[in-house]
Design a protein around this ligand. Structure first.
Ligand code: GSH
Ligand code: FE2
Length: 361
């Protein structure tokens, strides 16, 4: 099994990627709209095929990335039938299975935070994804979106605490940065839902939480009822090719860098400015440099950035692509919108036998 826990700092949401290592088929639980570019980069770098996105509920605090991922990767969208959301491919009911390769997740209805809440249990019951039904030493609020404390109490006791104590639980959010818990420890230590606590105690607790409504609620709920499909076809959603990144077939990496491939660069040398951030002896050394490259060693880049015009796209080059990756981030911060790293640096450029200036054969 391949497993990744991803975090959206704006809404404190966890997104989970699970893949069958043998077949490379994957599912993603609760993707976040603004993180779609990051998620696509990870999926591509791991070489997995996204079959499904699963929602744990109709979120009130962030918009799902399900529709964006479906557009980009042709994944299918699954959500609880109780959600009444438009645009899903599968409407799940309690105990339905979602397969990826030779593995599957079992859906368990866990309403109470909302009426569409579902938890997802891995086939061997070693892991479960509880959305906002059960949080680490806490639980989702029950004061909006059909929330109901009695219902939530019965969901957690019946559908989650009935799993083996060793089952690791992964929540939909954590506001303190905690990442996982287990059935056994929540049964003992959850201050609202531990086994010693009665339903009426829980209901009393939940009626007096006194939390302000999520800031994004008015935007998030209608958008999530359409599985995250933007209302008007916005030109600047996270996977659209906005003008800043459509000047070349750029690839966004999970490391957060825009990269360009050597073959494309050789064919379009005149359309970009090439900045080589190595030291002078490397620039003039055996590897040579890309024709027309301007030498600005990394240590002097910030003070000399003003000498680089901002209108023409910049491709940054070094020996292996590492220093130049750092340089793309520095130039980005200095206000350059069109900047990319030459993937693999001069080493790959030479390995692909592309044209060099200077250097030895
Ligand atoms: N301040 C956050 C509030 C988020 C919030 O209310 N989260 C819900 C889950 S969607 C919850 O149940 N929170 C429980 C808690 O904060 O204890 C925001 O504006 O987004
Ligand atoms: Fe929620």
């Amino acid at each position: 099994m391949i497993f990744r826990q991803l975090f959206d700092p704006q809404s404190s949401t966890y997104t989970y990627l699970l893949a069958d290592a043998a077949t490379r088929e994957a599912v993603m639980i609760d993707p976040v709209f603004e993180q779609a570019r990051r998620d696509v980069a990870l999926i591509e770098e791991l070489g997995v095929k996204l079959k499904w996105t699963l929602e744990t509920h109709v979120h009130a605090d962030h918009v799902t990335g399900a529709w964006l991922l479906k557009e980009k990767l042709r994944s299918r969208i699954a959500i609880s039938a109780a959600s009444e959301a438009d645009g899903a491919d599968e409407y799940l009911k309690d105990r339905d299975r979602v397969a990826f390769g030779r593995r599957h997740l079992e859906a368990r209805g866990t309403p109470g935070h909302t009426n569409s809440c579902m938890s997802y249990v891995l086939d061997d019951q070693s892991m479960a994804f509880t959305g906002d039904a059960l949080l680490i030493r806490g639980c989702g609020r029950t004061d909006f979106q059909q929330g109901n404390p009695q219902t939530l109490f019965r969901s957690v006791r019946g559908q989650i605490f009935s799993l083996p104590d060793r089952c690791t639980l992964f929540p939909g959010h954590d506001y303190r940065g905690l990442t996982a818990t287990s059935v056994g420890e929540e049964k003992l230590y959850n201050p609202r839902l531990a086994e010693a606590i009665l339903e009426q105690d829980f209901v009393g607790y939940m009626k007096h939480l006194g939390l302000p409504h999520p800031k994004q609620m008015d935007v998030a709920v209608p958008a999530n009822l359409k599985c995250g499909k933007p209302q008007k076809m916005a030109t600047t959603h996270p996977l659209s090719s906005s003008s800043d990144c459509d000047w070349a077939p750029l690839i966004y990496t999970f490391a957060g860098i825009w990269e360009i491939q050597p073959n494309w660069l050789e064919e379009h040398l005149r359309e970009v400015q090439i900045v080589d951030v190595r030291e002078p002896d490397e620039f003039n050394g055996p590897l040579g440099h890309v024709p027309g490259a301007k030498l600005i060693p990394l240590g002097t880049l910030l003070e000399r950035a003003a000498s680089i015009p901002k209108e023409k796209p910049v491709v940054v080059v070094c020996r292996s692509g590492a220093r130049s990756a750092q340089a793309t981030l520095m130039l980005g911060k200095a206000g350059f919108d069109k900047v990319a790293n030459l993937s693999g640096g001069m080493l790959r450029w030479r390995a692909q036998r592309l044209t060099v200036e200077g250097g030895t054969d």
